[in-house]
Design a protein around this ligand. Structure first.
Ligand SMILES: Nc1ncnc2c1ncn2[C@@H]1O[C@H](COP(=O)(O)OP(=O)(O)OP(=O)(O)O)[C@@H](O)[C@H]1O
Ligand SMILES: [Mg+2]
Length: 381
């Protein structure tokens, strides 16, 4: 079983990617530059990875026929999409080669399983309760106190499926379950001083490397900026690395694992959530490091030695959402050349939709903020 994780996938082989969003597209572009062929599957024929994949398989994510078609053309399979069912994973594992396996995905795609996996790895999380109905909610609020955050157990992203409860009225306004058979967690609201993340990679030979810990600034629950490296005490950076290492070993990780963290006033860390794939907070690595998170992930799943995770220059990554596109294009010709603009080619521009990102090389947080303000790009002028 373990032996299969050492399989070496050579260039000219086909890497199959489940999901064709921006993460899939950036994986595909890197894979192609490394000499691999890329096949992707996505329900949206117009998705970012469609134009850089051959074949592009246009199937819903829950289609077993689609999974079979991807397996048939792929020497190795990875994913950017996390809501993979056990049945689908079985098809991928039996009909192709899925070095990342299904276990980690099974745990991370559901917040309840994720939190118990974190606890068994000995990693601290925010106090929480599992909640199925209104009665559970009232009991959980009594036990944890307010404010608290109610989250659906599966399917949430960018703050969707999430409610901050600050008062008894907020609690009274919620009747659970909102949908049949839904489960929830209620978490204590954490008065963090910073949000951090760290991305770790492990390959089948057991080699483990983590990128620097970074600071993430959210707006309306969507990642706005990543400051790399994060400005934190060395003990905090070391504690983040230890958590990353512990989780990589605990899960016998193959590929990447992104770990979102809350930094508390006393310098301690809590894990917020995990993503077993490239992460938005690692996009700075495309320009600031010798080896990007995408290359590192591909190297891990292809059984190659991991590369350096050193950062060459401080960098601020800022996300470009739908509402920023017009301003960005209007000032495009004035952007300094050390701002590396990445756009995902999404045709439909919607507010809150991630359209691209900019890596501002050689700047720290305050300077980045000032430059952005001066250009009036993100409406904070
Ligand atoms: N317990 C908490 N206390 C305080 N703030 C929280 C808590 N849980 C979440 N948040 C805030 O909401 C944001 C989104 O939460 P979380 O990462 O759990 O959800 P998500 O919708 O899965 O997001 P992602 O886009 O990262 O997948 C966090 O980055 C943080 O800013
Ligand atoms: Mg998150």
């Amino acid at each position: 079983m373990k032996m299969s994780n050492h399989k070496v996938i050579l260039p000219d082989s086909t890497i199959g990617i489940l999901g064709g969003g921006q993460l899939g597209m950036m994986l595909a572009l890197k894979a192609r530059s490394m000499g691999y062929r890329v096949a992707s599957l996505d329900p949206d024929a117009d998705c970012p990875a469609a134009s850089v994949s051959r074949p592009f398989l246009h199937f819903p994510f829950d289609s077993l026929a689609g999974a079979s078609a991807l397996a048939a053309v792929s020497d190795v399979i990875t994913y950017e999409f996390e809501n993979v069912s056990a049945d689908l994973a079985k098809v991928l594992q039996e009909e192709s080669y899925l070095p990342q396996g299904y276990e980690l995905l099974y745990h991370t795609k559901n917040r309840i399983r994720e939190k118990s996996a974190l606890a068994s790895a000995g990693v601290p999380v925010a106090p929480y309760r599992v909640v199925a109905d209104t009665e559970d909610l009232l009991r959980a609020v009594e036990e944890l106190g307010l404010p608290a955050v109610l989250k659906t157990a599966d399917g949430g992203y960018d703050g969707k499926g999430q409610w901050v409860l600050r008062s008894a009225e907020d609690v009274a306004g919620i009747r659970l379950p909102l949908e049949r058979d839904r489960q929830y967690v209620l978490e204590k609201f954490i008065p963090y001083v910073k949000e951090l993340s760290i991305i770790v990679a492990r390959n089948g030979a057991g080699e483990v490397r983590s990128f620097p810990v970074v600071e993430n600034i959210h707006r309306n629950n969507i990642l706005h900026m990543t400051v790399a490296p994060g400005v934190v005490d060395e003990q905090v950076a070391e504690a983040a690395r230890q958590i990353a290492l512990a989780l990589a070993r605990h899960f016998s990780l193959i590929g990447l694992l992104a770990i979102e963290l809350f930094l508390l006033a006393d310098g301690s860390l809590l894990v917020n959530e995990l993503a077993p794939r490239p992460h938005n907070s690692g996009h700075y690595t495309l320009d600031a490091c010798d080896c990007s998170q995408f290359e590192q992930h591909l190297r891990a799943v292809c059984g190659l030695p991991l590369c350096s995770t050193e950062i060459n220059t401080p960098t601020v990554m800022v996300n470009v959402l739908g509402e920023h596109m017009e301003g960005l294009l209007a000032s495009y010709s004035r952007l300094p050349p050390q701002w590396k603009v990445h756009l995902y080619g999404k045709r439909q521009i919607r507010a809150g939709r991630k359209m691209g990102h900019i890596n501002m090389l050689g700047v720290e947080h305050a300077e980045a903020q000032e430059l952005i303000t001066r250009l009036g790009l993100w409406g904070e002028a």
